[in-house]
Design a protein around this ligand. Structure first.
Ligand SMILES: [Ca+2]
Ligand SMILES: [Ca+2]
Length: 345
């Protein structure tokens, strides 16, 4: 057959014969299997390194997650951080490799999302069973401690005198234990982030900084999150000695999620708003003994890692990227919440 006699419909077939790879599906064939049953892509945007969607939405709670790159980063106190000099558990600073990229929630789990979980699973938290919780309530406190036992308080009514704000649904859930958080993550097909995953995400790709935004507090404009600020000091009074001067984020307690700009990975409020549970048990000497690849500390002791600082965190050094907080797995605080993570297969 002469070239001039080619039928138009023959051309795609000839191209396939001459170039067998040209007609193949270009998407990563594992993506569909990985997402099946628990999540779906938000858009056509795909991560070039992995072929996986850059952003996904979970089926159970409609929460969105972004893909954080795997790779090697420096975890622990940076050399120029004078405040970390005597903080032994942040040393030694070391190279940590996360072998898989991982999805991480764009924002802290909200009350609306936790409500969906509680209704679907008939989950009950410890404050709900006890009928009270310790809640920030400076007007009702006798002494300098502004947190008092409050009848009726729980994640459903987490503010003073067992109340809640009108936009409660958009606030991060609080007064949930590590166990509550872990069960939630399992419900959506994920887990809590490891401490290493959290610190990598918190640093946002900016290696070597004391804080996510640079080396000093308070951050320069724009606002970087919800911390213990001038609004908090006005509410509590002069004993709020840890409040950031010249910083007003507009919220005394929790702020609705995504109230402040995201970091370079597209993640909101890793720093501030609420402290976040990590999967790891807390071990003060973990950095000296842990593997350098995908580290996660054993949960043999009651203590669990919490990270990032919250609305009551200010000048005390706990907003630094390397600060490691700890709380028992069963405690529920009105400044502690969580988000979910899931690594690629
Ligand atoms: Ca604040
Ligand atoms: Ca947070």
């Amino acid at each position: 057959m002469l070239p001039g006699m080619l039928r138009p419909w023959l051309l795609p077939i000839l191209l396939l014969v001459l170039c067998p790879g040209c007609g193949e599906e270009t998407a990563n064939p594992g993506v569909e299997a990985f997402l099946a049953g628990w999540a779906e892509p938000v858009s056509d945007a795909v991560d070039e390194a992995t072929g996986y969607p850059s952003r996904i939405r979970r089926i159970e709670d409609c929460a969105e997650m972004v893909l954080v790159p795997g790779g090697t980063f420096l975890m622990g106190a940076v050399p120029d951080d004078a405040r970390a000099k005597d903080v032994e558990d942040e040393h030694p600073r070391r190279e940590v490799t996360l072998t898989k990229a991982y999805y991480l929630d764009v924002h802290e789990v909200t009350n609306a999302e936790f409500l969906a979980f509680a209704e679907a699973t008939v989950h009950v938290t410890k404050p709900e069973l006890l009928g009270w919780a310790v809640v920030f309530s400076p007007e009702d406190a006798d002494g300098p401690d502004a947190w008092i036992e409050t009848p009726g308080a729980s994640w459903r009514l987490p503010w003073e005198r067992a109340t809640r704000p009108s936009d409660w649904e958009r606030h991060p859930v609080v007064l949930v234990s590590w166990s509550d958080a872990s069960e939630y993550c399992a419900w959506v097909g994920a887990t809590l982030p490891t401490e290493a995953q959290f610190e990598r995400a918190l640093r946002g790709g900016a290696e070597g900084q004391v804080y996510p935004w640079g080396d000093a507090v308070p951050p320069k404009p724009p606002l970087r999150g919800n911390f213990q600020d001038v609004a908090f000091r006005e509410r509590v009074g002069p004993q709020a000695t840890g409040a950031l001067s010249d910083y007003d984020d507009g919220h005394v307690r929790t702020a609705p999620v995504t109230s402040y700009p995201p970091n370079a990975y597209g993640l909101h409020d890793l720093s501030g708003n609420v402290w976040e549970w990590c999967r790891d048990g807390f071990q003060a000497d973990f950095y000296a003994t842990s593997p350098s690849t995908d580290p996660v500390a054993s949960q043999r002791d009651p203590g669990r890692v919490r990270r990032g600082g919250g609305w009551m965190t200010g000048t005390g050094g706990r907003l630094r990227c390397s600060w490691r907080g700890v709380a028992d797995a069963v405690v529920c605080r009105d400044y502690m919440g969580f988000r979910c993570a899931k690594p690629l297969p």
